[in-house]
Design a protein around this ligand. Structure first.
Ligand code: MV4
Length: 496
């Protein structure tokens, strides 16, 4: 078993990793930037090292400093969380070279899946369905024109070097192909340092459905069913759920087998996610995420499996004890990402101090968070406040529970996207399970519904804001004390 894990991350995911470590009796090391000196995750750890200035490049992205902290603390392993260095093959390789166990797959696998053209080739070899399109990168217009002509418009041009939608261009006709090719290639070169792009048939209004897999070092690979992450805005997931309202047990079994096949093909080892787009009963491999994902809790809620614990056991070299036949999805789980952002101002980040904070609770509610009352959300990092997860026996129960929890949530001091989530939970199409990656832009009433909710809550907001106003509270306490003392004087009491 691993003895000491350094967590190369911050916030809620650092705490999530350390919680699993605690349950397994593994010691924990936090690394933090100067901006996170007082953060909860740094205090939760058994020991903590400051690794540099607030900009991530000086701290959470600084491979040398993190490796140095691992050596100084005597950590035998590093968990990268998500984001930052989680899918950086050079970081995994640096760990391998130093004899520190990287809690994730090998640097070879991270690199292979990071190259989207290479990933498509591997999946073709494994017999995993991919969208019609190119096998190799496309550099010349003529070549692109022939391919687009064959597969038919619309097509989507994607950078080979990166995922997550950056630099992708949708092209509806040949007239726009050259322009799209240049645009994607330029963005690819500047953001990923790789100008290579490839072309796929564009699937309109798909669903985003991903499968969680667990693979150990002893050839055992299982899947934990799917998550649907179709509610997203500008490639940012906002709401995820498990299972997907679109799948039948038969389809789940088929897609799950394909996900396992994909992981086997690359000799994957760790927890990972196979991302598909799904349209009209057909599904295609999109990319593989070689990290623990933000939305993993919905899978934990419906399967009862602690994914982080399994990941740590796999990294320790243990055999998976869970067999595929033991995995069952029980009920429904929904996750809302609660962000400090202004929903009335294009969702721009709204960092600042949480003057008042009380998270919801009760039956079926889970809140993963790294904040507390009077915590200051830094403008340096992702403005996520928490992940609010609701479980129910049915999807309807999960939605009503989430709605109830959203109305319990008290956050004073920063703007949040809670009103947006309330509007989605109350949306008819959402309740019907009619999801898709274009849901937010298609539901044109959503923003107005949200405005109405906010207007209704305005008086309460003002009251709460006063309750948590520190200056006013101090004044109120001072006034109360002065008043009591005055009464005592008048009654001639000798007590003081
Ligand atoms: C697609 C697609 C449709 N057809 N590929 C976006 C992120 C990355 N994981 C894959 N993405 C997509 N790939 C094919 N062949 C639709 C998306 C997609 C999307 C694309 C452009 C703009 C917004 C989008 C939102 C969700 C999914």
């Amino acid at each position: 078993m691993l003895k000491k894990v350094l967590v190369a991350n911050r916030g809620e995911i650092a705490i999530r990793v350390m919680r699993a470590c605690r349950e397994l009796g593994i010691r924990t090391v936090a690394v933090y930037s100067e901006a996170d000196r007082d953060a909860l995750f740094a205090k939760y750890a058994d020991e903590a090292y400051c690794i540099g200035a607030p900009p991530a490049s000086e701290s959470y992205l600084n491979i040398k400093k993190i490796i140095a902290a691992a050596k100084e603390s005597g950590a035998d392993s590093i968990h990268p969380g998500y984001g930052f260095l989680a899918e950086n093959p050079s970081f995994a390789y640096a760990c391998e070279r130093e004899g520190i166990k990287f809690i994730g797959p090998s640097s070879r696998v991270i690199e292979l899946m990071g190259n989207k053209i290479a990933a498509r080739k591997e999946m073709t070899k494994a017999g995993v369905p991919i969208t019609p399109g190119t096998q190799d990168c496309v550099s010349e217009f003529k070549q692109a024109r022939d391919i687009a002509g064959q597969i038919g418009y619309p097509v989507i041009i994607k950078p080979s070097g990166g995922g997550g939608g950056i630099g992708m261009t949708i092209v509806h006709d040949e007239a726009n192909l050259k322009k799209g090719l240049e645009s994607s290639s330029n963005i690819a070169a500047s953001t990923f340092g790789m100008p290579e792009v490839y072309i796929e048939k564009y699937i309109e209004h798909p669903r985003h459905i991903e499968f969680q897999v667990l693979a150990d070092a002893h050839n055992n690979v299982i899947h934990l069913g799917e998550r649907e992450c179709s509610i997203q805005r500008r490639h940012q997931k906002l709401i995820e759920e498990a299972p997907s309202p679109a799948l039948t047990p038969a389809l789940r079994a088929r897609m799950g087998e394909v996900a396992v096949k994909a992981a086997r093909q690359i000799k994957y080892e760790s927890a990972g996610t196979i991302e598909f787009i799904f349209s009209k009963g057909d599904f295609y491999f999109m990319e593989m995420n070689t990290r623990i994902q933000v939305e993993h809790p919905v899978t934990e809620m419906v399967t009862g499996i602690d994914i982080l614990k399994e990941q740590l056991l796999i990294a320790s070299g243990y055999k998976l004890e869970i067999k595929q036949k033991d995995v069952h999805m029980n009920g429904w789980a929904i996750e809302c990402r609660i962000n400090a952002e202004d929903p009335l101002n294009n969702f721009i980040p709204s960092p600042g101090k949480l003057r008042g904070y009380r998270s919801p609770g009760g039956v079926g509610i889970r809140v993963d968070s790294g904040v507390h009352t009077r915590y200051t959300i830094s403008p340096m990092y992702d403005p996520m406040i928490s992940k609010l997860v609701a479980w129910g026996r049915t999807r309807d129960e999960a939605i009503q529970r989430m709605r109830r929890a959203l109305y319990e949530y008290v956050i004073v001091g920063v703007k949040t996207n809670i009103p947006f989530h309330k509007a989605v939970m109350e949306n008819q199409r959402f309740q019907n399970g009619e999801l898709g990656t274009h849901f937010i832009t298609q539901e044109t009433t959503l923003i107005d519904d949200m405005r109405a909710i906010m207007a209704r809550e305005q008086p309460l907001e003002e009251k709460l804001s006063q309750v948590f106003d520190e200056n006013k509270r101090t004044a109120a306490i001072a006034a109360a004390v002065a008043y009591t003392q005055m009464l005592r004087k008048n009654s001639g009491s000798t007590e003081s």
